[in-house]
Design a protein around this ligand. Structure first.
Ligand SMILES: [Zn+2]
Length: 239
């Protein structure tokens, strides 16, 4: 069954109350959630469910379920399972999620500095990467850092927009990421706009203003194959 995705309208919601609708082998489904399920290269959220009696159930990962917008919350090994119908308070590990949001948004900015088709990507709490179909000689770590950080310093807001599948089909130039097609199935696709910098389909969680990223540094650049030149970044400036 589908879950109301509270993070989709507001990525800053850290806690909510919810009711358990199903408990399976693979995880716990709720009527609503603040936990982002792994997708679009972004890691799934961790956190805790708090039961009415105060007992805490550690959530080690969050994954997509089979149905559209269904979310599976994966309890940590040995953690108790809640009961179907039980009311819970949800709390995500906010420091971890906020790092993911900052790094994720930084990748949007970087995708405008490195102008090449994106062939892969991943966002972990401590580092993120994009793979480009580009010649290695065109990737200069110092230049990428300077240009990304200069854009971040503009402090532009991020905006969410929705378009129909048909509108997206008519604007194929919006899809930069060849390996991850935008999520479809509801007839509409969510776009992230950073005015003057980036516009592309994305279902992930982003900071409200790119200034919140602070600064990034390039950890490494290496070839992972003919069409995968990998640029890996972390938060924080080089000192
Ligand atoms: Zn995004």
């Amino acid at each position: 069954m589908s879950t109301e995705l509270l993070f989709r309208d507001d990525a800053y919601v850290k806690t909510a109350t919810a009711r358990v609708v199903a408990v399976h082998e693979r995880g716990v489904e709720l009527d609503r959630t603040v936990f982002y399920p792994q997708g679009g290269g972004q890691a799934g959220d961790t956190g805790v469910f708090v039961r009415a009696n105060g007992e805490r159930i550690a959530i080690a990962d969050t994954r997509k379920g089979d149905a559209l917008d269904s979310v599976l919350h994966v309890p940590a090994p040995g953690a108790p399972r809640p009961d179907s119908g039980e009311a819970l308070t949800l709390e995500i590990d906010w420091d971890r999620r906020y790092s993911l949001m900052r790094l994720h948004t930084a990748l949007h900015v970087m995708s405008c500095v490195v102008v090449a088709p994106v062939t892969g990507g991943n966002i972990a709490p401590d580092r993120a990467r994009l793979d480009f179909d580009i010649d290695m000689s065109l990737l200069d770590a110092g230049k990428i850092e300077r240009e990304v950080n200069a854009l971040i310093a503009r402090g532009a807001p991020t905006q969410t927009e929705w378009i129909t599948d048909e509108e997206l089909d008519a604007r194929p130039e919006l899809v930069k990421t060849m390996s991850v097609q935008p999520p479809r199935g509801t007839g509409r696709v969510r776009l992230l706009r950073i005015p003057g910098i980036d516009l592309q389909p994305c279902g992930g969680t982003h900071v409200a203003n790119i200034g919140e990223i602070g600064a990034i540094r390039v950890l490494k650049i290496r070839s992972e194959g003919r069409r995968n030149k990998r640029v890996e970044i972390a938060l924080g400036s080089r000192t």
